[in-house]
Write a protein that binds this ligand. Structure first.
Ligand SMILES: Nc1ncnc2c1ncn2[C@@H]1O[C@H](COP(=O)(O)OP(=O)(O)OP(=O)(O)O)[C@@H](O)[C@H]1O
Ligand SMILES: [Mg+2]
Length: 422
């Protein structure tokens, strides 16, 4: 028989052990969580670094390719159409085009593309794509789509998101050489702060539309899952894959304010989930109104500074056709001279390249502002380095137009900056 005292002491020790145990567990959980955050941070920094590298290479590469394509086009124009020279030049041109496509994907990864945002229903987008997809995949792969009826809207570049879906679907197809099911599903989801476990990243809490692409294929080991989104990571044999598919998906989704996550078991298939922030009906209405309000064209004076001559001529032509008065300069120093010579002339907008020899776009803008503080500025570049963009985010109050741009995008952006209140 235990005395009452012994019983009380025993109970106390028991309670203390339980307490210690739970404290221990809490500590362990805390350490595990920190480790996870640390790993995410290292991973994010790695992607950022690779992105910078890729973007830098892509920029220089684009300039070289412009020259290769330009000169091979000149040869094509000069050579008689069925000569060997013509045939050779055609091959050069085609190869350069393929290289341009590669650089385009690299730029997408480094999030240096322009997104043309539209409010869309992802379910409709998926349905439209399905027809095309059927032609691209083998007969033993069965595509299935599951759409939620009241799917929320998202504000994305539909063309870019189509690229994402196609990349994911083709990967899924490749993972099922013996056939299987390819399921594309769209649904609404509300993510909380605590849902970093879902996306392996910090998320802004709120409503998202989740697009998932699942296959019943070979699946992936944890090692493959870890490196999946790195550019040039591929397990496909030489010549079959470039390893840029998921890297571009990653870039596009990040640039759209979303997340991408993967879950997979070797031998049992994989699921990729893309989370895109929802827009409310009011946001959608506002976005449409803003778009509709912008009437391209005007009569203001624009100082255009661009060192690449073909682009300078092109932009001058587009802007003149829209009614603007254009003063063109080859570089920053020349731009300042133009301004100096025309003291009476009012200049409304400086449209300048960022990376230029002698005087960069940012410095030019600063020097111009010292003389004419009311000139508005629009920067343009294929790759901005660090001059105006930090961690993929524009410095505050800076207007930016990414190259390559279409005439329509140039027109809208110029009007938008001219109309913006300071
Ligand atoms: N659904 C999937 N199932 C199994 N493995 C996959 C799946 N999706 C991607 N992977 C793995 O991730 C790697 C990288 O994919 P990614 O799309 O970036 O490049 P790729 O398909 O190899 O080449 P590319 O898309 O440029 O033609 C693939 O090589 C493959 O190992
Ligand atoms: Mg791929």
């Amino acid at each position: 028989m235990h005395s009452r005292r012994q019983l009380v002491a025993g109970a106390l020790v028991g309670a203390r052990t339980v307490e210690l145990k739970s404290a221990n567990e809490k500590l362990r959980a805390e350490i595990a969580k920190r480790k996870e955050i640390e790993t995410e941070l290292v991973q994010a920094q790695k992607m950022e670094a690779v992105g910078r590298l890729a973007g830098g290479v892509a920029h220089d590469f684009n300039n070289i390719l412009t020259a290769i394509m330009g000169y091979s086009e000149l040869i094509l124009a000069d050579a008689t159409s069925n000569s060997t020279l013509h045939g050779n030049a055609e091959e050069i041109f085609k190869s350069a085009q393929r290289a341009a496509e590669l650089t385009r994907r690299l730029l997408a990864f480094s999030r240096r593309q322009i997104l043309e945002l539209k409010v869309v229903n992802l379910g409709n987008l998926v349905n439209d794509l399905l027809k095309m997809l059927r032609h691209m995949i083998s007969e033993n792969v069965e595509p299935i789509t599951i759409n939620t009826a009241d799917l929320w809207l998202v504000n994305v570049d539909p063309h870019q998101i189509e690229q994402v879906i196609l990349n994911l679907a083709i990967n899924a197809h490749d993972a099922m050489p013996k056939g299987g099911k390819l399921t594309i599903e769209t649904a609404n989801i509300v993510l909380q702060d605590a849902d970093r476990a879902v996306t392996h990243e910090g998320v802004s809490p709120g409503g998202y539309v989740v697009l998932s692409v699942s296959d019943t294929g070979v699946g992936m080991t944890p090692e493959v899952q870890e490196r999946l989104f790195e550019p040039f990571f591929t397990t496909k044999e030489f010549g079959k894959g470039t390893g840029l598919g998921l890297a571009t998906c990653y870039g596009i989704i990040k640039q759209s304010g979303g997340h991408i996550a993967v879950s997979s078991t070797p031998g049992q298939g994989s699921t990729f989930r893309v989370y895109l922030p929802r827009v409310t009906a009011v946001d959608a209405q506002l976005a449409r109104q803003r778009q509709a309000q912008i009437q391209p064209g005007g009569a203001e004076t624009i100082l255009l500074v661009e060192d690449e001559s073909s682009l300078r001529h092109l932009a001058t032509k587009i802007l003149c056709n829209l009614g603007y008065n254009v003063l063109a300069a080859e570089n920053g120093v020349e731009a300042l001279q133009v301004i100096e010579q025309r003291r009476e002339q009012k200049v409304n907008l400086l449209l300048t390249d960022v990376v230029m020899p002698k005087l960069g776009g940012r410095e030019l803008a600063d020097q111009l502002h010292a003389k004419r503080p009311d000139v508005k500025v629009l920067f343009t570049s294929g790759w901005t380095g660090d001059a105006i963009v930090h961690h993929g985010i524009l410095d505050e109050g800076v207007a930016f137009l990414a190259k390559p741009y279409t005439p329509d995008v140039l027109a809208r952006k110029v009007r938008e900056v001219l109309d913006a209140t300071a």
